[in-house]
Every structure is written in structure tokens, then in C-alpha cells.
Design a protein around this ligand. Structure first.
Ligand code: FES
Ligand code: FES
Length: 160
């Protein structure tokens, strides 16, 4: 089957029931998505499918025909990091970094849906993403920073 990942189409031959996570990591070499629980419970494997966060460990690759998949490797625009990536760095919102790709993609999904979320909305949307290092407060701060940056950019463009 053909998979559209980060704007590129790749042909893969695999069991359609195989989890997307393993195809991304082992066939396409995209190791940003991490294996945590394998049961959809931790968020380490989160990717965007048509712009919305999904758990790739419980997503059969066979269901991906015609869908657009984005991993953390595909978020930056050339040398420019995505505002959420930049905000995670600026807010020091990581310790070991294992949860970070999933956290970032979950955050991108949130901000696409709700560009100016309240702190409570952020905590609720991020609730299924686990950070064993306990950096939750800094992650919330990073999302708030990214929301401000994205909103300011949008206003700048409108007034340009
Ligand atoms: S590894 Fe997919 S949700 Fe935990
Ligand atoms: S930074 Fe270590 S698990 Fe989140």
C-alpha cells in the first residue's frame, strides 16, 4: 500500500493489521513516535492523521489509505521549527524527552481545534499523554506560549 507521511508517499508491503507505529519506525525509519504502552493509554506513539492526534500503536496501517500522516519529523518548515516545537524548547518542557514527540503532536492537534485554549482545556486534552518525568506544568506553559505565538502570527498576517 501507499502511505502519505510528512508530505511524501512511500510504498510499503506489510500486513494491513500491523500497527502504524511499527511501520513508521521500522519501515520508514521515523523513530520520533515512541512505543510506551502499546495499548493506546500513554500517548508516546501519537501522530497526526489528517491533522488530528491518533495513537499509532493501536491504528492498523491498513486503515491509512488516502490519509495524511504527520510525525514529529514532518512538523518543521525547513529550518523553522513549528511554534509548538519552539515553545517546548523555550519552556524547557522536557526532561528525558521520551514523551515529547507525542506531547508535541497532541498539542498541535489541540491548537488546530482550539487556538486559544484555557489552562483547564489544555489539561483535559493532554490528559491521556503520560510524562514519567512529571514535566506537566512546563508542558502546559509551553502550549500556552505556542498558542500566543500562533495567535499573534495569525493577527499579523491578517493586518499585513
Ligand atoms: S504506545 Fe501508543 S498509547 Fe502508549
Ligand atoms: S520528559 Fe521524560 S517522560 Fe516526559
Amino acid at each position: 500500500m501507499d502511505l502519505l507521511v510528512n508530505g511524501r508517499t512511500s510504498h510499503v508491503q506489510t500486513d494491513p493489521e500491523r500497527p502504524l507505529l511499527w511501520v513508521l519506525r521500522n519501515e520508514l525509519g521515523l523513530t520520533g513516535a515512541k512505543y510506551g504502552c502499546g495499548e493506546g493509554q500513554c500517548g508516546a506513539c501519537t501522530v497526526l492523521i489528517d491533522g488530528v492526534a491518533h495513537r499509532s500503536c493501536i491504528t492498523p496501517v491498513g486503515s491509512m489509505a488516502g490519509k495524511e500522516i504527520t510525525t514529529v519529523e514532518g512538523l518543521a518548515d525547513g529550518a523553522h521549527l513549528h511554534p509548538v516545537q519552539q515553545a517546548f524548547i523555550d519552556s524547557d518542557a522536557m526532561q528525558c524527552g521520551y514523551c515529547t514527540p507525542g506531547m508535541i503532536l497532541q498539542s498541535v492537534s489541540l491548537l488546530r481545534k482550539k487556538p486559544s485554549p484555557s489552562e483547564a482545556e489544555i489539561r483535559q486534552y493532554m490528559d491521556g499523554n503520560i510524562c514519567r518525568c512529571g514535566t506537566y506544568n512546563r508542558i502546559v506553559a509551553a502550549i500556552q506560549k505556542a498558542a500566543h505565538a500562533i495567535t499573534a502570527d495569525a493577527k499579523g498576517e491578517r493586518h499585513a
